[in-house]
Design a protein around this ligand. Structure first.
Ligand code: ZN
Length: 284
């Protein structure tokens, strides 16, 4: 099941049209994706038992052709975790030591924006980082590896946009602020429920700038896979439904290029993950 937010209303996206969850359920379910995340299992059971007729003729293909109709698929995570240095090839390109445990920082929730949002470039050097984003559906502490994936209800694409000058101007580096400017956390295009993703650790992940591929890898290349991330995070922090995890970026970021390359006004960054869709963000 794919759940998007359009005009601030939660809809199920299908090949044959959109289903407004609140309307089609006769008010049983909320119109807010944030409120549906803790009960996605119930929404899915309702939908799959007797699939309701579309309430809007727009198909998945039409949305993919015009992403501007889509809001961010969630807006109020209690916590956003992000994993730095989580692909071996990315650790090598930035010439840092391999981490012995997940390297965690946060992006603040006010940075969240939608899958086709225009992002205003602040002064400095703004870099791209395509990442798979996992959405927590079930709360927990001290979650073990074996049951970790049961706590994930959905996935989407994320861009961990980063202003490198501020990030690296001091030692140790300043991750969270440099990655939390307005619009620095585009997510989308929608939430794909976890049952649709047979193996989250084997998905193609890439992004291009105006058609030139800059990152192209697979989620199988992570140093700490999702079960390891959830076990580690939940050994310290309680996880709550709606929390999201930016799971790290592969090689190909701009600051490691020779010469370095950063996002410029007018450029469009297209991010793709197999089975999760596409986002297109333009810089102004
Ligand atoms: Zn990142």
């Amino acid at each position: 099941m794919k759940i998007a937010s359009i005009n601030k209303r939660a809809v199920i996206v299908t090949e044959h049209g959109l289903i407004d969850i609140n309307r089609a359920s006769g008010g049983k379910f909320s119109s807010s994706t944030d409120e549906l995340i803790p009960i996605l299992d119930s929404v899915r059971a309702w939908y799959e038992t007797e699939p309701p007729a579309p309430t809007d003729p727009r198909s998945q293909a039409e949305l993919e052709a015009d992403l501007s109709q889509l809001d961010p698929p969630l807006t109020r995570p209690r916590q956003i975790f992000a994993i730095g240095l989580n692909y071996k090839s990315h650790v090598e390109e930035v010439a840092m030591a391999m981490p012995s445990s997940p390297m965690i920082f946060t992006k603040f929730a006010s940075a969240i924006t939608g899958p086709s949002a225009s992002v205003e470039l602040p002064p400095g050097s703004v870099d791209w980082e395509v990442e798979m984003v996992a959405v927590i559906g079930r709360a927990g502490r001290n979650i073990d590896r074996d049951s970790a994936l049961e706590h994930i209800c959905a996935y989407c694409i994320g861009q961990d946009l980063s202003e490198r000058d501020h990030q690296l101007e001091n030692t140790p580096p300043q991750f969270s602020m440099a990655k939390s400017h307005k619009g620095f956390a585009p997510i989308g295009p929608w939430l794909t429920t976890a049952d649709e993703i047979a193996d989250p650790q084997n998905l193609a992940i890439s992004c291009d700038i105006d058609g030139e591929m800059v990152q192209d890898s697979r989620t199988s290349m992570m140093l700490f896979d999702l079960p390891a991330q959830i076990a580690y995070l939940s050994s310290i922090c309680e996880l709550f439904p709606g929390d999201i995890i930016f799971t790290g970026t592969p090689e190909g970021v701009g600051m490691s290029r020779s010469p370095q390359r950063f996002l410029q006004k007018g450029e469009t960054l297209t991010s793709r993950i197999e089975s999760l869709g596409t986002m297109k963000n333009t810089f102004i």
